[in-house]
Design a protein around this ligand. Structure first.
Ligand SMILES: [Zn+2]
Length: 59
């Protein structure tokens, strides 16, 4: 494990993503977590992260 893993789209290997955050209601079974979505700029594949700080600092 590395602290700053490189991130690439599993489909097209693109390394640029659009970031969106969303709060999930009870449909996902929990209410307190913000979910971060990273959307591949190339193919629109969506990566889901439940705690972005545990993945990497995108800012
Ligand atoms: Zn992609």
């Amino acid at each position: 494990m590395t602290n700053q893993p490189s991130l690439a789209c599993p489909l097209c290997s693109c390394t640029t993503f659009s970031q969106e955050e969303s709060r999930q209601d009870s449909a996902w079974g929990f209410t307190s977590h913000r979910m971060t979505l990273l959307i591949c700029d190339n193919c629109r594949y969506v990566l889901h992260f439940y705690d972005r700080n545990s993945v990497f600092d995108f800012d």
